[in-house]
Design a protein around this ligand. Structure first.
Ligand SMILES: Cc1ncc(COP(=O)(O)O)c(C=O)c1O
Length: 389
């Protein structure tokens, strides 16, 4: 059994995929070819966002947005501790301080009431209100940006997070790297009213290319233009007219062509993902000692991962038993961000973020992709039942 089966998808789109790739090979515009604008238009139509800037990865998408906002030393960037490293890495790379806000123990997304506490703690430089990074106590930090993550395909609680951010004049950057194609209150992710949103086209993502890729979305035309400049070394009129410092953050034309082929079947794949999630729920719901993923009200998940929660002391043995039965699993994420060596200087203790700490010890991702059949889901369920006896 595959954890994610990209070969089945490739077989389904074989002809249109090869036609798309051949078109690029024949026009030869490998850098910023016509497929880039075509993809950006297609992704705007799909999400409802007014501007899309395709770029080299989800990490670059985060970087481009934060660079455009001039994020740097002295800025507090609020991020969840239970996410992929890039969410906290990029603010830190720019010299800003990641301020961790623990996640909701049920959805694993940033907890709005803790965001409020973290903002209060930063503003009052008082770690008794909420655990703070060490440098926030040494000098006042300016609260600048909140980066909620739509973990495992489920949008964060924007109805609560956005008003808090607005009240405090914070920008909101939706990290939808795992949630492209999902919805919140009937709006697509990347178009949920945040100041900007980013996604990733890493191959394993719901919409993945055959390499690295990403995109930034925003309704702010000025911000979109600035990001387009930053994407190509801070270009002005042309690429030799450099008017600011930027990066080489372009998406390859070939990757855009591949994504365009995949977009034709993406809506049907999203529907297939719902079916697989429903089969998992049907076959796992009566297994004792296992907690199924829970969706918050208004969320339509794209199910980037199907993660169950196990008793902490049963996870290793469960992984091993499933492995023996030929069932691959993954652990996202075995270490919460505030516990990583790279962030040691921030001075957080593991218990400062109890929900993230527990999730990192209890979560297990099961095989999941649109082409998984019910028999395979049943096989996983049988193995889990045996493991948790
Ligand atoms: C939440 C989150 N943010 C950012 C990224 C970075 O995306 P990329 O790997 O395309 O740079 C990822 C990728 O796994 C992610 O899951």
């Amino acid at each position: 059994m595959q954890f994610i089966d990209l070969a089945k998808q490739q077989a389904r789109i074989h002809d249109r995929l090869y036609a798309r790739i051949e078109a690029v090979l024949s026009h030869g515009n490998y850098i910023m070819g016509p497929e880039i604008t075509e993809l950006e238009t297609c992704l705007c139509d799909f999400t409802g966002a007014s501007n899309c800037i395709a770029c080299a990865s989800g990490t670059d998408a985060l970087l481009l947005a934060l660079l455009a906002w001039g994020v740097g030393p002295g800025d507090a960037i609020f991020v969840p501790p239970f996410t992929f490293f890039a969410t906290a890495e990029v603010p830190a790379l720019l010299g800003a301080t990641p301020v961790f806000v623990d996640v909701d123990p049920v959805t694993f997304n940033m907890c709005p009431s803790l965001l409020q506490k973290a903002i209060d703690a930063i503003q009052q430089q008082d770690a008794s209100i909420y655990p703070l990074p060490r440098d926030a106590l040494e000098r006042p930090l300016k609260p600048r940006v909140v980066v909620p993550v739509d973990l495992f395909g489920q949008a964060a609680d924007y109805s609560s997070l956005l008003p808090i951010a607005r009240r405090h004049g914070l920008l909101v950057l939706e990290d939808a790297a795992q949630a492209f194609g999902g919805q919140y209150n009937s709006q697509r992710t990347c178009a949920l009213g945040c100041d900007a949103a980013v996604t990733s086209f890493f191959p394993a993502k719901p919409l993945g290319c055959y390499g690295d890729g990403g995109a930034v979305f925003t309704d702010d035309v000025g911000l979109a233009d600035l990001i387009r400049s930053l994407r190509v070394h801070g270009k002005g009129k042309d690429k030799y007219d450099n008017i600011r410092l930027g990066i080489n953050g372009r998406l390859d034309t070939l990757q855009a062509a591949i994504l365009l082929a995949k977009m034709e079947i993406f809506p049907s794949e999203i529907a297939m993902r719902q079916q697989v999630a429903a089969w998992y729920e049907k076959h796992l719901q009566d297994i004792k000692g296992l907690t199924l993923p829970t969706l918050a009200r208004g969320v339509y998940s794209v199910w980037a991962q199907y993660c169950i929660t196990l008793p902490e002391n049963k996870r290793d043995s469960t992984v091993e038993l499933l492995r023996q039965r030929g069932i691959p699993t993954n652990i996202y994420y075995p270490r919460p961000q505030h516990c990583l060596a790279v962030f040691r200087d921030l001075g957080y203790a593991p218990e400062d973020m109890p929900a993230a700490l527990h999730a990192s010890r209890a979560i297990l991702a099961l095989p999941f992709h649109p082409y998984l059949d019910e028999d395979s889901v049943h096989t996983v369920a049988t193995a889990l039942r045996g493991a948790l006896l």
